[in-house]
Design a protein around this ligand. Structure first.
Ligand SMILES: *Cc1c(COP(=O)(O)O)cnc(C)c1O
Length: 596
């Protein structure tokens, strides 16, 4: 697929007060627009939603990421669910204005020239958050280096470390060259941790890092904020010392070692970020506690994730809210006022989203779903801990329930990383299970190429959002928040955000925690049959549930609130909250022995 053909020619970017911007936000992936393949999943979506809220609420921020010319990938599934992939190639030249500034990063013992493209995230009042997308495809660079900013999460660890070097060191250099003097630098995940070394080099003003003192390190620490996003060990990048030296050179490598950033004999991006951050946080309250336990030497806070309401509310809900409380666009607390809108109106508004989803499913698969039938959605990155197949633990039981409750429709979607053959197997498992049990009462479909657009239609169109991760690996999860905004309750394991969002029978249902997966599956079936279906059959009561989802969870699980917490707790903390943060609290309820 090539996106450049349909793209417009870039227009010059408006002038921006770069020298005044206070926060620099760094992320390896960002979902900037539906037509740019610069993200893979939740992390990039969260980054994009955060920036959209920053634009809407006038936060003083600049952003750095990589251009990812070949994107993540488009997913193709054959008849048995075998995934293949194709690149999504785009051309920033024909899409975005150039920043008109090049910088040079010394790495792998040679110089790499880096340029940048500017994407503007524009808020509801016109406030602009400029995003600089770094690009090494510059004439004169070594041919291998020219491809360093092509593939998001592609290549081997050496390629990855080179990318992280460009993001961290290149990003700091670019901002400096553009006259930015941010007071705070935020690492969205450890991928960006080398920005700390970039800031240290900038502070030393050309002197080698071997001259850096503890006071220099502390000065950098005072400027940095770090968000860790997953308790899954594979989500924390680690590199061998030989790679570290080969890419970064001896001076930087020995500084990283001397400042205590190695862990288990490896260069560990999480520990580098922890060492140089004055504020560290997890992405939901429980994830803060789990991370605190993983990194006992550091104080870990928590700011629960959110989603950008203007991005995830379906068009019909946007129109309804614009009529009732237009202020919601810059202040999401107004969602509480849906209690002033009749439940039947909320229900009718949701029905429009369901209709649209049903039309999309028909268009893509030829299958016509029934708008009256209870419809569950399950869409996420395919990873073992997300357990897409828990619902198929006992297929006969599912068939029996579908018959008893007057029908059941289940929509799946999700991509496996191209190198993850186990993940690809999980997709085939869903196909196999579905092929065996699909009948006139039970319809199970797996939709191809889960992305922003499909995510929006699913979360805005199904009746119940299903989530069955293995505790405590779901750090937050955000798709259920998108559903809640659209009046869709969740049926979920009590993990991540759902511990905070679940009010039983009001905003959805909890699948109780069990040690044994078979028992957990049977509780899941029990809830569908005895809690979800009876309530769904009562139209008036269900409409009330929809309204609670928006009023209770929509009001809180949004990025306007999340970013407000970052500003007041992390970026520019008040003295009182800093003092309160000195205590380390570890909750014994977070089970030990789960994390490896
Ligand atoms: C929201 C979203 C995600 C993240 O959802 P989780 O609930 O965290 O799994 C991933 N991919 C896409 C396309 C999304 O829209």
């Amino acid at each position: 697929m090539n996106l450049s053909a349909s793209s417009r020619i870039a227009t010059p970017a408006p002038a921006i007060d770069l020298a005044e911007r206070k926060i620099a936000y760094f992320s390896m992936e960002i979902a900037l627009s539906k037509s740019l393949p610069t993200y893979s999943g939740g992390l990039g979506m969260l980054a994009g939603d955060t920036l959209r809220s920053a634009a809407d609420t006038g936060v003083s921020m600049v952003v750095v990421s990589l251009v990812h010319r070949h994107g993540y990938f488009q997913q193709h599934l054959d008849g048995v669910g075998q995934q293949t992939e194709s690149d999504v190639i785009w051309s920033p030249e024909t899409t975005l204005p150039s920043v008109g500034q090049e910088i040079v990063v010394t790495m792998q013992n040679r110089e790499v020239t880096v340029r940048a493209w500017r994407f503007d995230v524009v808020g509801v009042t016109g406030h602009i958050i400029p995003v600089f997308l770094l690009d090494t495809d510059v004439e004169g660079n070594d041919p291998w280096d020219r491809k360093l900013t092509d593939h998001l999460y592609g290549g081997d660890t050496y390629y990855r470390l080179c990318q992280e070097t460009i993001l961290g060191l290149g990003g700091v250099k670019l901002l400096h060259a553009l006259g930015c003097k941010p007071e705070v630098s935020h690492m969205n995940e450890g991928h960006a941790a080398l920005l700390t070394i970039g800031l240290l080099e900038e502070r030393l003003n050309g002197a080698p890092l071997r001259d850096a003192t503890e006071a220099d390190a502390e000065a950098i620490r005072q400027q940095c904020v770090f968000t860790t996003h997953t308790p899954v060990p594979a989500g924390h990048d680690k590199f061998g010392l030989d790679q570290m030296v080969a890419v970064l050179g001896h001076d930087r490598a020995s500084a990283i070692e001397r400042f205590g950033c190695l862990h288990d004999g490896l260069m560990n991006m999480t520990y580098l970020a922890l060492r140089f951050s004055r504020y560290v946080n997890g992405v939901a309250m429980q994830h803060g506690k789990v991370s605190q336990r993983m990194f006992p030497g550091y104080r870990v806070h928590a700011i629960t994730n959110g989603v950008h309401a203007g991005t995830w509310l379906s068009q019909p809900f946007q129109a309804l809210l614009d009529k009732e409380v237009p202020e919601w666009r810059h202040d999401n607390q107004y969602f509480r006022s849906v209690y002033g809108i009749a439940p039947a109106v909320i229900d009718a508004t949701h029905a429009l989203g369901k209709q649209r989803l049903i039309a999309t499913v028909k268009h893509r698969t030829g299958v016509e779903l029934d708008p009256k039938v209870l419809t569950l959605g399950f869409a996420r990155r395919v990873a073992t801990y997300k357990r897409a197949s828990l619902l198929f633990r006992s297929p006969e039981r599912l068939v029996e329930i579908a018959e008893k409750i007057g029908g059941l429709q289940i929509l799946f979607a999700g991509k496996a990383h191209p190198a993850d053959s186990a993940g690809k197997g999980l997709i085939r498992d869903v196909f196999t299970a579905a092929a065996k049990i699909n009948n006139s009462k039970l319809r199970i479909l797996y939709l191809e190429n889960y992305d922003w657009d499909l995510g929006e239609q699913l979360t805005g169109g199904v009746d119940v959002w299903l989530n069955t991760p293995l505790r405590p690996y779901e750090a937050s999860g955000t798709s259920g928040m998108k559903a809640a905004l659209n009046g869709v309750p969740s049926l979920s394991v009590l993990d991540g955000w759902w511990i905070e969002g679940c009010a039983e029978n009001i905003t959805g249902w909890a699948i109780p925690d069990c040690d044994d997966e078979a028992a957990e599956a049977s509780l899941l079936y029990y809830k569908i049959e005895h809690s979800v279906a009876p309530l769904y059959a009562n139209k008036a009561a269900w409409a009330e549930v929809r309204r609670h989802c928006i009023a209770i969870n929509g009001t809180f699980f949004n990025t306007h609130r999340q970013l407000g917490q970052y500003v007041s707790n992390a970026y520019f903390p008040q003295s009182a909250s800093v003092a309160a943060s000195d205590q380390v609290i570890v909750d014994d309820e977070v089970r030990e022995g789960v994390l490896v």
